[in-house]
Every structure is written in structure tokens, then in C-alpha cells.
Ligand binder design. Structure first.
Ligand code: EPU
Length: 336
């Protein structure tokens, strides 16, 4: 079913809770609806897919159509040996799917508990946390190609997944609408407890079970990340920078306790949160916006801020980090 709204306030549709408007919002729950929405006669000239609005910053009025998938079906498609293929529609809340997988004793998503957002957004930026990424469990992605007006399916390899990146942010950016995602989950235990304090938190809950891992991840996230209902934010505002190994090693020689994650022979990843924190900006406030006091990677709306105020703060943070460490950090959030 298609629903259309005109002149829409966006405050409750973006987790930063900035006050902007969109010309139009169209909700759909069947992939075939997209054939109608994008039929030649009524095709919106400017459009953008709005999932849960958790990774987006509106800095001005959106003078186009926001397309919002709201289908919420979760279906078991196949069982192959130890694996179960599960298809979830784009409008399913990501964490509802994780809870469903844990309740059904299926392994693979538990480390991704409590990541805000919808299933349709998960492949776009290859969401990740606690040593796991969506790409580890995505089997294929179903989408609608707007200019070709046809439905397509991309296998995992075709999605070109990388750290917070995929073909949906590159070659297919602005071209497709994800309608559902298929995941491969495991019936037998596959715990992944290598990240930080996760194994300690799981032990404290009585040992390695799916439920304990989910509970531990939720507890860690709740202790560090602000609740968007209380303090508008979009999770990590910046990506962790990937730099040449020599640059990482030079900094490590200067700052003994700096986290550094090897990626390949020549590249390593640094923790943007640590760089911002060490630059003295954790808890920094500027008018109605600020750097979260428990996790410096998160920028927060302290109440009533505009997208422009958040951008100004982001620029300031980028500048200070660049001056102190010579490292450029880039936003992870979509800026519209
Ligand atoms: N750190 C600080 N100060 C801070 C924040 C972090 O010193 O204010 C240090 C930590 O002590 C740790 C390192 O930096 O040594 C990394 O911090 P953390 O484990 O909290 O993870 P992160 O790199 O800041 C990433 C993801 C998060 C995800 C966590 C856990 C990105 C951009 N962010 O953050 O994802 O939850 O790892 O796996 O990769 C999100 O994308 O919205 C998000 C929250």
C-alpha cells in the first residue's frame, strides 16, 4: 500500500531531531509499489530513501520526495545444513530482527544488537559493532533500480562491502531502493567475543549464550551511547580513519595508549573517538550542540539545534583533530 504526505515535518523522522520539512513523503510496503511510484507519469524528480532517519543530518528543507519503506515481514526462506536463510523487508527495525534471531536461536547478528536503524539501511553503510559487520551475515540484497525501473538482486560479493561502505554508497548511490535483505544465520554457536571488554561482560552474565551476548552488547552500548529519544544524535558522527601504516606507527610512538587496528600490509585504522577525546573535545559544548561526554565520536543536539549548527561543530572537531594529529576524519552520517 502506498501512502503520500505533503509538506512533512521531519523532527520525529530523524534521530538528530532537527526541525526541517520535506515537500513530500511516500511510504510503501510492497516492492511492487515502487513500479507505481516511479511510473513514468508520476516519477518524483528528486528523491531520497529515508530509513529510520538514524544516520542522516538535514541541514535544510528537503525539496523533493522522501521514500520510506515500511514493510516489516521476516520470513525463513531456506534451511541448508547448519544455515538458515532469513529474508527481512527493508522497513523492519534492525534491532527487532536481531531480537528475532536471538529468540529463534540463530547466530550471527547478536554483536550487532541495538544498532539504531532499519534493515534497508544496514547494507548501505555495512553497519558494524563489536568485531562484527552486517556483511558477515548478508547473503543477498533485493532492490529496485529507479532509472531502469526494474527489480534487481545483488549477491554479497556484488555489494562491494568494506568498512562502513558498499556499492550502495558508491556506484549505486541515489540509483536504487533496497526492498529486502536476505541473511545467512547459523544454527550452531559461533560466538565472536574478541572485541574489547565483550567477553568479560558475557562471562559476568553467566557465560557464552546468544542471549548473554546480546544483553552484554546492549549494556555496553547503553552505557556509552546517548538515547536518541533524550539527546538527538546519529551514533558515530565520524568514521574511524584509515591511514598508511607508517602514519599510524609514527603516532603510536608518540601516544603509547593510542588504539590502532591493523588492516593490511600497508593500512591501519585509528579510533576517531580517541583522537577527538585526546584533542580535549569530549564533552565540549557549543551553543545547542556538543560532543557526547561518554563517547567523543558522537555529536549531540542538546535541544532545538539546526543541522547547520551540528555541521559547524563537526567542522570545528575536524579542524582541531587535523591540527593536533594531522589526521582527517570524515563524517559517517549522510548530510542532506
Ligand atoms: N575512545 C576514547 N574516547 C572516546 C571514544 C573512544 O578514548 O571518547 C577509545 C576507546 O577507549 C577505544 C577506541 O577509542 O579504545 C574505540 O572506541 P569504541 O570501542 O567505543 O568504538 P569506536 O571505534 O569509537 C566503533 C563504531 C561504533 C561501534 C563501536 C563498537 C565506527 C564509526 N563506530 O566506534 O558504531 O558501536 O565501534 O564496535 O566505526 C555507529 O556506527 O554509529 C556506532 C556507534
Amino acid at each position: 500500500m502506498i501512502k503520500i504526505w505533503k509538506e512533512c515535518p521531519l523532527r520525529d523522522l530523524n534521530s538528530f531531531h532537527v526541525e526541517e520539512h520535506a515537500d513530500c513523503i511516500i511510504e510503501f510496503d510492497q516492492k511492487e509499489d515502487l513500479d507505481t511510484i516511479f511510473a513514468e507519469a508520476n516519477e518524483p524528480s528528486k528523491w531520497f530513501v529515508l530509513g529510520g532517519g538514524n544516520n542522516i543530518l538535514f541541514t535544510q528543507r528537503f525539496d523533493g520526495t522522501l521514500i520510506k519503506p515500511v514493510g516489516k515481514a521476516i520470513t525463513i526462506k531456506a534451511q541448508i545444513d547448519d544455515s538458515v536463510i532469513v529474508e527481512a523487508e527493508a522497513g523492519v527495525e534492525w534491532d527487532d530482527l536481531v531480537e528475532w534471531s536471538v529468540s529463534n536461536n540463530l547466530w550471527g547478528m547478536e554483536n550487532l544488537s541495538l544498532i539504531p536503524g532499519s534493515v534497508g539501511a544496514a547494507p548501505v553503510q555495512n553497519i558494524g559493532a563489536y568485531g562484527a559487520e552486517a556483511k558477515d551475515v548478508i547473503e543477498r540484497v533485493h532492490c529496485f533500480n529507479v532509472s531502469e525501473r526494474r527489480h534487481r538482486t545483488l549477491g554479497n560479493a556484488e555489494c562491494h562491502f568494506a568498512y562502513r561502505d558498499s556499492i550502495f554508497k558508491q556506484a549505486l548511490k541515489g540509483k536504487v531502493i533496497i526492498t529486502s535483505v536476505e541473511f545467512r544465520l547459523s544454527k550452531s554457536p559461533q560466538p565472536n567475543l574478541t572485541y574489547g571488554d565483550l567477553s568479560k561482560e558475557v562471562e559476568a552474565r553467566g557465560g557464552t549464550s546468544l542471549r548473554n551476548i546480546r544483553d552484554a552488547v546492549c549494556a555496553i552500548r547503553r552505557s556509552k551511547l546517548p538515547d536518541t529519544a533524550v539527546l538527538g544524535n546519529a551514533g558515530s558522527f565520524f568514521k574511524n580513519p584509515i591511514v598508511n601504516k607508517s602514519i599510524g606507527e609514527e603516532l603510536k610512538a608518540q601516544y603509547d595508549n593510542m588504539p590502532i587496528y591493523p588492516l593490511s600490509e600497508s593500512k591501519c585504522k585509528l579510533a576517531a573517538g580517541w583522537l577527538i577525546d585526546k584533542a580535549g573535545l569530549k564533552g565540549f559544548r557549543k551553543g545547542r550542540v556538543g560532543v557526547h561526554d561518554k563517547q567523543a565520536l558522537v555529536l549531540v543536539n542538546l535541544g532545538g539545534a539546526t543541522g547547520g549548527e551540528v555541521i559547524d561543530l563537526a567542522h570545528e572537531v575536524q579542524l582541531v583533530v587535523k591540527e593536533k594529529f594531522g589526521i582527517e576524519i570524515e563524517p559517517e552520517v549522510n548530510i542532506l
